[in-house]
Design a protein around this ligand. Structure first.
Ligand code: IPM
Ligand code: MN
Length: 349
């Protein structure tokens, strides 16, 4: 039986990034005994362009037949005024797969420290992992409405929704012997007050895990001032979205932010960057977030830890050889596909 991955190329730079992911998977299909079959499906603005909805029913049905989903990026201004936007389709995909855990690792690479806007001392030794709650909060709460005179969003969290993500984060910290930081806005928001009390309650079952609470505003400041003090961060959907982008600045570019999402069905792997319409079709995008997301897929969905490690190592080697895309170094850069040429040469199989 083949291992099947649904590929959602999506919009903007999505197709070119997916093209590079496929080169990697095809290469591994040839060079290893582990074979992945890739199944393309329509999703996002591209699906609307083809006369379908942003989340076509054929794509939804195919979710039952695959082992994992790989998604590049969705979003296109041409569809911002659609009733059903590509972004909403992404949220529905997350909902459909009951993905409540979004993991975004941020680890600094010494060879690119000088390409970031931080001093070397500030960002050396950063090894952060975000556990972002992905299935609830401000993204899904109802009512959500907009009319000529007013707009309303709702932040909703049930005990169960908070408990399950917080437990996953504590469990991870226990296994990895890491310190947990929970981020909320408990001085203002009811959902955050509940979040904080649930964290305190669950912590009693994990006496060996050190943890603390931070308010999101001062956390954002601390994160910029002294990021290496943090290890594992658990937070809600909206704060996790914002803070993980902020933390991607330690990597020099959002094009470096990989992510995976788990829940009660199959997992989803997607770079944290968007569709970057301004550079779409120009072969300028940074493929690293995608390559790392593919590595996470081999690791988490298929337990191919060796292959995942080889992907990470090859990315490190390529960066160590000072091969960069334009987002990292605009005075000396290679094109997206050239980066992947160099990266594939460095995979040690
Ligand atoms: C992300 C993105 C999405 C989000 C958008 C595209 C809906 O920013 O994955 O971080 O807000 O979750
Ligand atoms: Mn985001």
């Amino acid at each position: 039986m083949n291992n099947k991955v649904m590929c959602l190329a999506g919009d903007g730079i999505g197709p070119e990034i997916m093209g590079q992911a496929k080169r990697l998977i095809n290469y591994l299909n040839q060079k290893t005994t582990f074979y992945i079959e890739m199944i393309d499906c329509d999703f996002g603005g591209i699906a609307i362009e083809k006369g379908k909805t942003a989340f076509p029913s054929a794509t939804k049905e195919m979710l039952d037949a695959v082992d994992a989903v790989l998604l590049s990026a969705i979003g296109d201004h041409r569809y911002d005024n659609e009733k059903y936007t590509p972004e909403r389709a992404l949220l529905d995909l997350r909902k459909e797969l009951e993905l409540f855990i979004n993991i975004r690792p941020i680890k600094t690479h010494s060879k690119i420290a000088h390409l970031t806007s931080y001093r070397k001392e500030v960002i050396k030794d950063i090894d952060l992992i975000f556990f972002r709650e992905l299935s609830s909060g401000a993204y899904f709460g109802k009512p959500r409405e907009i009319n000529e005179n007013e707009a309303i969003d709702t932040i909703y969290y049930s005990n169960e929704e908070i408990t399950r993500i917080v437990k996953v984060a504590f469990e991870f910290c226990l296994q990895e012997q890491k310190k947990l930081t929970s981020v909320d806005k408990a001085n203002v928001l009811a959902t955050s007050k509940k979040w904080r009390s649930i964290v305190d309650k669950i912590a009693q079952d994990y006496p060996d895990v050190k943890y603390d609470h931070h308010l999101v505003d001062s956390f954002a400041l601390e994160l910029a001032l002294n990021p290496s003090q943090f290890q594992v961060i658990v937070t809600d959907n909206l704060f996790g979205d914002i803070l993980s982008d902020q933390a991607a600045s330690f990597l020099g570019s959002l094009g470096m932010l990989a992510s995976c999402s788990h829940g009660n069905r199959i997992s989803l792997y997607e770079p944290g960057h968007g569709s970057a319409l301004a550079i779409a079709g120009k072969n300028l995008a940074n493929p690293i977030a995608m390559l790392k997301s593919v590595a996470m897929m081999y690791q988490h969905s298929f337990n191919q830890i060796d292959i995942a490690k080889k992907i990470y190592d090859a990315i490190d080697k390529t960066l160590a050889d000072e091969i960069f895309t334009i987002d990292l170094n605009n005075s000396n850069y290679v094109m997206c596909d050239e980066f992947v040429d160099s990266f594939l040469e460095r995979i040690d199989l």
